[in-house]
Ligand binder design. Structure first.
Ligand code: FE2
Length: 298
């Protein structure tokens, strides 16, 4: 006969149960069941994905949640509603304590830094369209061969193409650098199956060119973390991380300047780009939906 009460070793103290975990795991199962019914998801499909992620993790040491980011990063973006879309996740390419530069200023770079010169500028605004003065912007991007300084030992100085800048009284920022280029995630290349998987999804293994920004200001509900892209970049629709990440509202107005007099006046040796982008960020006094949308106004 079966016992009518639980043996002591089977007792689960109610305080040990995490209701949120229970709810999320059940919801995850429900979501899988819906994918099974509506899209024909099989156990083999799940196995294929987990094997790929495990292979990537083993080859790179990158945490599994980051390996899987191309699958879900769109889901967890912040902003919207007229505000600049954010990632809200620390990029693995972030390096703290980059040097403070003037405004307008120049990102630290080598004397012979390869790449097309770029002047990036714009404003940081709140949801009413008012400037956020004195906002601290952390700015960084990859070199012309697609490598971030301070992470891999590729000969770049630690803070190459990394800097911090404070917005002026009108919320303006402006800095000179070199134009980032689309790059391929080195960790992704470590697992051969990644290329096949990306191709099967109609994606390349490249990310469109972008600049990473972090923006801090006491009035902000939370610091901004995200990437700004360049309008017209042909990699955007075949982005490794998905075709919707570099949304139109995250694309800076980008212009190539080729007039020799203009080039000389700016002190460059050849054609240069300008990229204009306005951030619209939610403060404690901002409306639910921003009055002015993000991006370019000049
Ligand atoms: Fe990046």
């Amino acid at each position: 006969m079966l016992p009518t009460t639980l043996p002591s070793w089977a007792h689960i103290a109610p305080g040990m149960i995490n209701p949120r975990a229970v709810r999320l795991v059940e919801a995850f199962k429900d979501a899988l069941a819906r994918m099974r019914d509506e899209h024909g998801l099989t156990f083999d499909d799940v196995h294929t994905v987990t094997t790929l992620l495990t292979e990537l993790h083993d080859a790179t040491g990158v945490p599994l949640s980051l390996c899987a980011m191309p699958l879900f990063s769109e889901v967890f973006q912040g902003g919207g509603n007229g505000y600049t879309i954010s990632e809200d996740v620390d990029s693995p390419t972030y390096v703290p304590d980059a040097p403070l530069i003037d405004n307008p200023g120049r990102l630290p770079m080598r004397a012979d830094e390869p790449g097309v010169p770029l002047i990036a500028s714009g404003r940081v605004l709140d949801g009413h369209g008012n400037p956020l003065a004195g906002a601290e912007m952390v700015i960084y991007h990859a070199s012309n061969d697609g490598v971030y300084s301070g992470i891999w030992d590729d000969g770049q100085p630690q803070y190459n193409l990394r800097g911090r800048q404070l917005t002026d009284a009108e919320g303006r920022y402006a800095f000179t650098t070199i134009t980032p280029v689309p790059y391929s995630n080195t960790p992704s290349q470590a697992a051969k199956a990644v290329t096949a998987a990306a191709t099967a999804l109609g994606r390349s293994i490249y990310r469109p060119a972008h600049i990473h920004y972090e923006i801090h200001h006491p009035d902000l509900i939370k610091p901004y973390r995200g990437e700004v892209y360049f309008a017209g970049d042909p990699i955007i629709p075949i982005d490794f991380v998905g075709p919707k990440i570099a949304a139109p509202s995250l694309q800076a107005e980008t212009t190539l300047h080729e007039d020799p007099e203009d080039i000389t006046a700016h002190g460059f040796a050849g054609p240069y780009n300008t990229a204009v982008y306005d951030f619209v960020l939610k403060t404690h006094t901002s409306p639910e939906a921003a009055v002015v949308g993000p991006r370019r106004t000049e």
